[in-house]
Design a protein around this ligand. Structure first.
Ligand code: ZN
Length: 138
């Protein structure tokens, strides 16, 4: 069995955004040449997520609205975590959108269901953050 590791770096200028990272992950898989195995993709920050869903702008708008309904950014004073920072909502949003995804590799490709794409979910942007990609297999 072989294993490969890569960090993908992001600097999202806005506080929140969803970034489709499927192409970057799939290019790394091609570089590694693994034909059968697993890919783990995880956010390395506790205010960002990695998740799989559809690349459809209406859905991304719905996520944004739903997450703001659940954990609004303002007023920042509503959260105990916000003693000296303002990102409590980002920790909560990350929790519900998840830390990581695992994708099967079959015949050298990510074995997705229909419309599945991998996203980086940023909830406290404006700085450098990263995602870990780990590939194991042969
Ligand atoms: Zn925090």
């Amino acid at each position: 069995m072989k294993s490969f590791r890569k960090e993908l770096w992001f600097h999202v200028p806005t506080r929140r955004a969803f970034v489709n990272i499927t192409r970057q992950v799939s290019e790394f898989l091609l570089e590694c040449g693994v034909r059968e195995g697993l890919i783990l993709v995880n956010a390395m920050h506790i205010t960002a997520s990695v998740f799989i869903n559809d690349d459809e702008p209406g859905l991304h708008h719905d996520y944004e609205q739903w997450l703001e309904d659940l954990a609004p950014h303002e007023p920042v004073s509503r959260y105990r975590h916000n003693a000296g920072e303002d990102n409590a909502d980002a920790h909560l949003k990350r929790q519900i959108m998840g830390r990581e995804v695992v994708v099967a590799i079959s015949n050298g490709r990510m074995d997705f269901g229909p419309w599945e794409q991998i996203f980086y979910g940023e909830f406290d942007g404006g700085r450098q953050k990263r995602v870990l990609v780990k590939i194991i297999g042969e």
